[in-house]
Design a protein around this ligand. Sequence first.
Ligand code: ZN
Length: 355
Amino acid sequence: MMDRKQIDFDESDRNLFQVDDARLRADALKHSILPRLHAVMNECVSAIRRIYDIEVLDDSIVSYYPHFRPKRERELTLLYDSSYVALGGKRLPRWAGVKRKDGKPVKFLPFRLGLILTEDGLSLLMEHYWLKGLSNDSYEKLFQFHLDFEGLTHSLCYLSKMRPRLYFDATIAPIATFREMYLYMIRKRLFDNTFVSQGAEAYPISRAAIDTLVWRYALFFPIYDSYIRIAKAEPVRFLDLIAKANRWLMEDAEGGNSDSTEGRSSSREDVILRAKEAAETRVKVMPAIRWQVFQRDQWKCVSCGRGSQHDAILHVDHIIPRSKGGSDALDNYQTLCDVCNIGKGNRDNTDLRVK
Ligand SMILES: [Zn+2]
């Protein structure tokens, strides 16, 4: 059984990206958004374990953005236009299968397979965005993988609704296959090869939509795994993983792996650019009541005191329920963690605040 928390992202999460108060946005990302994204990533990791029997954290770590450093005031100059969690290669003395342009060993592996939340919604992406310095040989090795397994990688992209952001040039026939595109890119030494999912899951992002994203993520994993294996100078186990994915798809066929409708396609740059524009043109919007309640309660459960550092997922709770005449005023709300919220159950009128 997957550890499946009751997680969704609603209009008040979207509201966060429109709020003008940088400190509130920083706190909300840290204490409310990232813990939930982290929980979704944990589900992705469990799904990978279940489908492929791979302990993905042997080679990868979970990274996230924004990272919060002690220099608090500097943080506040960030736009906070997006937030993500991703699997990325661990820091090692060296990744023997790839080299940098300057010949120095590669210690950080730049590939990341993650989930990104913006004002538009939640999407998947795989990128090697922040390290451009691999040698041409190394890039060619990675591209060769796509040439060797073109049909199968294409199928995984289709299932996961991921699209490589291949170099496009008007002189190439628009009906070129991936294979032709990769060959062209090798010839021209254009090695940008990020993948972005087609269309974000738009708000409100339901639990069911997140389940769909989790299996789309898990189905795309063999491509990420192949990059990792190439970077470790080990043979790819792509066909083996595809066989396992197939078995899982057959067994799970009636398990509700329903397709959602195709959204518009977009590159990572488009996703980020739109988020930045939205952040820059931010108009003054009142923080949703949820953010006001969390802020007043200092981003901690009023009952047990747990917060993001304890992996708590925070909820806003009506102290006196609406059905009993409770108001929608700020003082009729309290912050509870997922555990205390369930514990409260239907006992009405339970003000759990420490008086
Ligand atoms: Zn609690």
